[in-house]
Design a protein around this ligand. Structure first.
Ligand SMILES: NC(=O)c1ccc[n+]([C@@H]2O[C@H](COP(=O)([O-])OP(=O)(O)OC[C@H]3O[C@@H](n4cnc5c(N)ncnc54)[C@H](OP(=O)(O)O)[C@@H]3O)[C@@H](O)[C@H]2O)c1
Length: 246
């Protein structure tokens, strides 16, 4: 699955799943725009991958301010100004049971996870349609499909990405732009680092493949969906959950 000649934009690229996606798409030949708030981390990733012949452009982007996205992408330098592949990966949690969930926590999680994806997709979709080729992937979660006590805001945002993507898949298909979702289960990153050991063991018991996922398990699913070879797949939700959600 070669991505030579393609430019990919990955949000939430400073660590975890997003960083893994940058590494994999980059080593498959794509130029990558790596976006997040932590520019220092993006710069060291870019420097490290430059040594391996991978071109990564660090982009400071705060999806909590979705109205700034179009201008930030509009100012990208020439070799990176044409985005062929978008991976909406940036995400946050702010958990709490409904009775204790503040409006702020609700709105913050919806804004970064869902409105951020909307603003980014809107900014890049015009060019994809004009060029008659594009791939838009959003990283949802099995929590968006199953629900999870204490994560009503996160589950709503992640379920929202599914409805959003299925609608875009229908809107953009005639221009050869495919739109799909990857829904990971529990993946070993900073987001799951805080799970206490006892709870982690209980979780593993619930997963048929008996382990948490690795960042690369998600990255390979993304690589397939953005490849030329997946050109007839659109509006799909691909679970990468070790069987947690079947
Ligand atoms: N880990 C899991 O088990 C799991 C399971 C299912 C789904 N997911 C989803 O997978 C995605 C990546 O998760 P992860 O585990 O890799 O999380 P992570 O390690 O916490 O990384 C989150 C990324 O999002 C970026 N981000 C956060 N707020 C942002 C903002 N306001 N603007 C721009 N970027 C922002 C962060 O960068 P900065 O802080 O530098 O901005 C970081 O690069 C998320 O959408 C998450 O919901 C994760």
């Amino acid at each position: 699955m070669q991505l030579k000649g393609r430019t990919a934009l990955v949000t939430g690229a400073s660590q975890g799943i997003g960083e893994g996606i940058v590494r994999l798409l980059g080593t498959q030949g794509a130029k990558v725009i790596a976006a997040a708030r932590s520019v220092d981390k993006l710069e060291s990733l870019s420097l490290e991958l430059a040594g391996k012949g991978v071109e990564v452009h660090p982009l400071e982007l705060d999806l909590a301010a979705p109205d700034t996205v179009a201008a930030a992408l509009g100012a990208l330098p020439e070799p990176f100004s044409q985005v062929d592949i978008l991976v909406n990966n940036a995400g946050i949690t702010d958990d709490g049971l409904l009775a204790r969930m503040s409006l702020q926590a609700w709105e913050d999680v919806l804004r970064v996870n869902l409105t951020g994806a909307f603003a980014t997709a809107r900014a890049v979709s015009r060019g994809m349609m004009r060029r008659r080729w594009g791939r838009i992937i959003s990283i949802s979660s099995v929590v968006g499909l199953m629900g999870n006590a204490g994560q009503a805001n996160y589950a709503a945002a992640k379920a929202g990405l599914v409805g959003f993507s299925k609608s875009l898949a229908r809107e953009l298909a005639s221009r050869n732009v495919t739109v799909n979702v990857v829904a990971p289960g529990f993946i070993e990153t900073a987001m799951t680092d805080g799970i206490p050991e006892k709870h982690r063991q209980e979780l593993v018991e619930l997963i048929p493949l008996k382990r948490l996922g690795a960042v690369d398990d998600v990255a390979w699913a993304v690589l397939y969906l953005v490849s030329e070879e997946a050109g007839y797949v659109t509006g799909h939700v691909l679970n990468v959950s070790g069987g947690l959600y079947i």
